[in-house]
Design a protein around this ligand. Structure first.
Ligand SMILES: Cc1ncc(COP(=O)(O)O)c(C=O)c1O
Length: 468
């Protein structure tokens, strides 16, 4: 007979003053204290979070795109539960079938979309997988310098921060290795070269190409051999502000990389798994990667695992032998079981078409709202990766005060659009911290999108009243 699940313990006396305990005993070194007012949640379901008092918050960030398939997705939860009941723990040096099937499915999918055979290697968090990708690059190229984008984000371990442009993430710790050479991202709304998209002739890509024109620009020797091993990219820049690059940009860059034998590492941790419609965001741009890094939504945010896929030549046992990287929890049974179910679900559902349709509807609603509010300076997106850039009334000057005000109003849970008092979870990104980077559940309905836009409008009106 199966043992009965034990009842939840009664709340301990300390639960009376949790925020005081947090202030005293939790490190403040994570991102919790970015917020002015701390909100504590106790339940999640579908597109909603619920706070301690039961108030409902419509979530437009879904754990930075880690919970793409909705909170408490019944199919994925059931897969986790099944694994809990069979093989919940197993040292990663032994095999279990979910790991093998997951790697097989991912590798076959990559072959289908990018036309290259390869293998999959697991780890736990996104930053660790970025570092694994870095190892694969170094083994092949013997180079320890890389290009990465200004505004890019690849995580906060030592290696990953050297590929992430913000000095802030390195400032207190110094350099552990060489930091990347940061190249301007094609951010057309605020073109770093002061050009406009329609007439620029991809000037930014031309500038990248120029780096290789003569040895005196510091990228190649006389023979054209590059000092750089890889270019780490996000096909759609995530934390930098959900910026969608112009057509033709990545193919132009890739030609230069190929000419100089520089590998392309595609970080899909935030944009992968249909966030932009396609399985991987880079598929939109007609370019083949050498290495792909995955994380977040692979397990819908449960029992995290991350992974890299690399072309066979880069990751075959001959070049990447046993022990090349290892973590105790890297291909844990619970994570691989959920991820396997998630990948099966993605195969069975026509998510690309659905996400493109829902994204187009969301974007149209936001664009209509932007006609009323010049403060919504740029509204753009790809699939369900959406951006709204908050500006002054001139529609261009970044307006961080309004962005912060709206985020805090959303978090206060006091919006009333649609009747009952509600909250709205908005995430802020962008170079000037004035961009709402929106990653709603991939299953959000049109009705829910309408509610989200109404709540957003109310937060905007209240934010304007507070800040103007
Ligand atoms: C593109 C990208 N790469 C890497 C990371 C780091 O992943 P993790 O936070 O799981 O280490 C993130 C996290 O936001 C990300 O968005």
């Amino acid at each position: 007979m199966k043992p009965k699940r034990p009842a939840a313990p009664a709340p301990a006396a300390e639960e009376e003053n949790l925020l005081e305990l947090e202030a005293k005993y939790c490190s403040w070194g994570d991102t919790v204290h970015y917020a002015k007012e701390l909100t504590m949640f106790s339940r999640s379901e579908g597109i909603y979070l619920y706070d301690e008092k039961g108030a409902q918050y419509l979530d437009l960030q879904m754990w930075y795109s880690a919970a793409n398939f909705g909170y408490g997705n019944p199919r994925l939860n059931a897969a986790l539960q099944r694994q809990m009941d069979t093989l919940p723990q197993l040292a990663c040096q032994y095999l279990h079938k979910e790991k093998i099937l997951l790697a097989t499915k991912l590798a076959r999918k990559m072959e289908a979309v990018f036309g290259e055979k390869g293998r999959v290697h697991f780890n736990v968090g996104g930053a660790s997988a970025v570092e694994d990708a870095w190892k694969v690059v170094r083994i092949k190229t013997k180079k320890n310098l890389a290009f990465a984008f200004m505004g890019g984000y690849h995580g906060r371990t030592f290696g990953a921060t050297s590929l992430t442009s913000s000095y802030r993430y390195r400032e207190q710790y110094g350099h552990f290795g060489d930091r990347a050479n940061f190249i301007p991202y094609p951010y057309c709304f605020r073109c770093p070269y002061g050009k406009t998209r329609d007439t620029c002739g991809l000037y930014c890509a031309q500038q990248f190409e120029r780096l290789f024109e003569t040895e005196y620009y510091g990228a190649v020797n006389k023979k054209g051999d590059s000092e750089f091993g890889a270019f780490f990219i996000e096909a759609v820049q995530g934390t930098g502000g959900y910026i969608v690059p112009p057509e033709g940009y990545f193919p132009a860059i890739k030609q230069v990389l190929d000419r100089h034998k520089i590998l392309l590492v595609d970080d899909e941790i935030q944009m992968g798994f249909h966030r932009t419609g396609k399985f991987m965001a880079l598929e939109h741009f007609g370019v083949k990667p050498d290495v792909v890094v995955m994380g977040k939504a692979l397990t819908n945010g449960m029992n995290p695992i991350s992974a890299i896929w690399a072309r066979e030549e880069l990751i075959s046992p001959a070049v990447f032998p046993p022990g090349s990287t290892h973590s105790t929890f890297s291909s844990n049974t619970l994570g691989t079981a959920v991820a396997l179910e998630a990948v099966r679900m993605m195969e069975e559902e026509d998510l690309e078409a659905q996400v493109m349709k829902r994204g187009a509807y969301f974007l149209a609603r936001f664009r209509a709202l932007a006609k009323k509010f010049p403060q919504m300076g740029d509204v753009d997106g790809l699939g369900l990766a959406l951006r709204v850039e908050m500006c002054q009334r001139d529609g261009y000057t970044p307006n961080r005060a309004l962005t912060d005000a709206m985020m805090n109003i959303g978090l206060s849970g006091t919006l009333t659009a649609g009747g009952k008092s509600k909250g709205l979870i908005l995430d802020v990104g962008g170079y000037y911290k004035n961009v709402f980077t929106m990653a709603p559940s991939l299953y959000i309905t049109e009705k829910e999108i309408d509610t989200a836009v109404d709540l957003f409008e109310e937060a905007l009106q209240r934010g304007i009243a507070e800040t103007e």
